[in-house]
Design a protein around this ligand. Structure first.
Ligand code: MG
Ligand code: FE
Length: 170
């Protein structure tokens, strides 16, 4: 394959990742604003929100290094989808559980995206970008692991709060 094509595919992938991270922010922010009874989840979400902002900066650095800019139109479209996805859970009482399933799915989507981008970076010899992608990937892996390990504890706590009559609160 021509080097030009490898670069093109890599740039498109980075722009998609930028949109993906904008979507991540628009999913986490409304979740965070509604949590009352699960401060341990709020703390972790807050931490990953900060990480995500850093991930966006890294992607912008990578794009700038390739003389490219993120696609703001694509970002906006995906952010809207994210906000709607977060809102669709607000009516049901088990929102905290559904959010954790959705977040686990999203983190695994991000892991797949960064693994693919790393492969493209290595194929194109973009060594500086590969290091930044590895940093983003590590944060997604850690978040997915935390969500995975927290499902049982979270469900147990949800059940306990339900039994105590705390039905409406997240
Ligand atoms: Mg991310
Ligand atoms: Fe993430």
């Amino acid at each position: 394959m021509l080097h030009h094509e490898t670069r093109e595919i890599f740039v498109i992938g980075l722009k998609n990742a930028h949109a993906m991270e904008s979507q991540a922010l628009s999913i986490m922010k409304p979740q965070l604003s509604r949590i009352e009874n699960y401060p341990e989840v709020a703390t972790k979400l807050e931490q990953h929100l900060r990480e995500t902002e850093g991930q966006i900066v890294r992607i912008e650095e990578m794009l700038a290094g390739l003389d490219e800019n993120p696609s703001t139109i694509k970002d906006m479209a995906l952010s809207l989808t994210g906000a709607m996805a977060a809102m669709s859970h607000t009516v049901a009482g088990d929102e905290i559980l559904k959010d954790s399933f959705a977040n686990f799915a999203f983190e695994n989507f991000e892991i797949a995206a960064y693994k693919s981008l790393l492969t493209l970076a290595e194929a194109g010899g973009h060594n500086a970008a590969a290091l930044l992608l590895q940093a983003n990937l590590s944060e997604e892996v850690a978040m997915a692991k935390w969500l995975d390990e927290n499902i049982v504890t979270l469900t147990t706590k949800f059940l306990r709060l339900r039994e105590a009559g705390e039905t409406a609160k997240v």
